[in-house]
Structure formats: C-alpha cells, structure tokens
Design a binder for this molecule. Structure first.
Ligand code: FE2
Ligand code: FE2
Length: 278
C-alpha cells in the first residue's frame, strides 16, 4: 500500500523515561514497523531540554526527529546542541533570530516528509502566532511535499483544537504535546488531518506530570518557586501510531498507545480497616 507509517513518542521525562524508552521502543518498532519514529525530547535531560548525550541515545534507537517545547531552553547545553543538529527541533514560532530549526524535511520511503514543531501561546510564553506561522510554513513546504506532521506543543485544549480545525486538510497529522497527560480523542478530522489533543508523557506517573510530587504540591500550596526534580516510579510510555496516504497526504489510521495500562481495579478484601486508614 502507498502509505508511510509513523510512531510518535510523547514527552520523554528524564532518565526514567529514557531508560523505559530504551527498553520498550525496540519492541514497539518490531510490532508496528514504522517508517518514521519521532519523539518529543523537551524534558529528557532531567526535565530540562535535550542535550547531545540523550539525543544520541534516541537516534541509535531509531528515532529520526526529536521535537521540543518550552523546556528546550532550560539548559544551555541543549541550546548549544540545537545549533549543531537539524534533526533536533525547537518550536518554529519563537522570535526571528532564535537559534535552532523549527522544521525538517526528510526522505522516508523515497518520499519527502516534513516535521514541524509549533508552540501555543495560551497560558504560555507570548511568542509569535502559531496559526500564522503554520500558514507560512505550509505555503513554503507545499511545493515540496504533501506529508506534513506537526507537533503542537501547547497547554490549552481549545488552542490545540482551534489549530487542528484551522489546518484540517492542509497537514497530515497534528500531535499535541506538553500537558503530559494523554487524551483519548485520537481521530481523523473531516478533511483528513489526523489529530490527538495530547499524546501524553513517557515517564514516571507517581508524580505531578513527571516531577516529584511534594515540590509540585508546595508550589500550589505556597505559590512560591520550588526546586523541581524528576520523579522515578511507575513509568509508562505514551505514543501515537498513524499511517498517511502518500498520494493525498491525508491520515488513513491513527492509534493511541499507552503502555502498560494503569491498574483499573484493586482488591481491598485483605486490607484491615484501622483508625489510620478509615
Ligand atoms: Fe513536556
Ligand atoms: Fe512543555
């Protein structure tokens, strides 16, 4: 069949996320046999960006493009690395003059495929307009390829849905990142654009979106800055697998991946009720 298949891995969080990816990505690749693997790496270097060290590990695993986000800028080493490697993206709509690339065109199965990284502005830094930046980059890419994949790194569901409707039929697939919690709304929009509001994180879920719970909780309780550290336990992998028709550039199928599933039932029959847990 005349399609390309893509596996997208959601925000990989620190060493726990990276180690889990090292352990399970090879079997996912074996299962899905994707033509292209993309991973969001904005939190892979202890929550703060992606340096050459982590990028090298991902590329050796078969990842072809690493996308970024607001945390790309947290560590100077990851910023330095961006200048050297065009396979590692940062959101395109940062102001002109910001270093790094916001998109890349790759050769996949003898077909050109563009991967674009954009960032939202609602409850986030006031960077350039993602909608108009998307229009600009699509007009630039459309003579080169019909297959355009977007990582839209944004906080607000409404902003993600608005961009998805704005671009439906103009790009192949829009994968939301940043919130670290997977949404169950993966689908194909009326004009053929594949979409999920958020792919979710690949990292420790015994946490507040990947960070140790107490510091995150203190931030809410005291409204003051806290020292954030990557949590360790209960690691899961989040991803999306989708296929795109080469001729039209439209999404044929989209499937959400979350591994392992959360426990949904518990047996309390052997738990003794005491005054402390009543
Ligand atoms: Fe993230
Ligand atoms: Fe983010």
């Amino acid at each position: 069949m005349n399609f390309i298949s893509v596996l997208f891995i959601g925000d990989i969080i620190g060493n726990p996320g990276l180690e889990f990816t090292q352990t399970f990505l090879p079997s996912l690749i074996q299962k899905y046999k994707p033509d292209l693997v993309i991973a969001n790496g904005e939190n892979i270097s202890d929550g703060k960006g992606c340096t050459e060290k982590e990028a090298k590990i991902l590329f050796e695993l078969g990842v072809k493009v690493i996308t970024g986000g607001n945390h790309t800028w947290d560590k100077h080493q990851s910023q330095e690395y961006l200048k050297q490697d065009n396979r590692s993206l940062r959101p395109l709509n940062y102001p002109k003059g910001t270093h790094g690339n916001g998109y890349i065109v790759l050769e996949v199965k003898n077909t050109k495929v563009a991967v674009v990284n954009l960032q939202g502005r609602t409850f986030m830094t006031a960077i350039d307009c993602p909608f108009r930046t998307a229009e600009w980059v699509i007009s630039k890419l459309k003579n080169e390829t019909k297959i355009i994949i977007i990582d839209f790194h944004a906080e607000a569901t409404a902003e993600k849905m608005a961009l998805a409707n704005f671009l439906d039929g103009k790009v192949s697939c829009i994968i939301g990142t940043h919130t670290h919690i997977q949404t169950s709304d993966e689908r194909i929009l009326p004009n053929g654009t594949g979409y999920i509001t958020d792919v979710g994180m690949t990292g420790p879920y015994d946490s507040v979106i990947g960070m140790k719970t107490q510091a995150a909780l203190n931030r809410f309780l005291y409204q003051t800055p806290q020292k954030y550290e990557t949590a360790k336990d209960e690691v899961h992998l989040s991803g999306v697998y989708f296929t795109v028709d080469i001729q039209s550039g439209k999404t044929i199928s989209i499937e959400r991946i979350f591994f392992p599933e959360f426990e949904k039932t518990k047996n309390y029959q052997n738990v003794e009720i005491s005054s402390t847990n009543r």
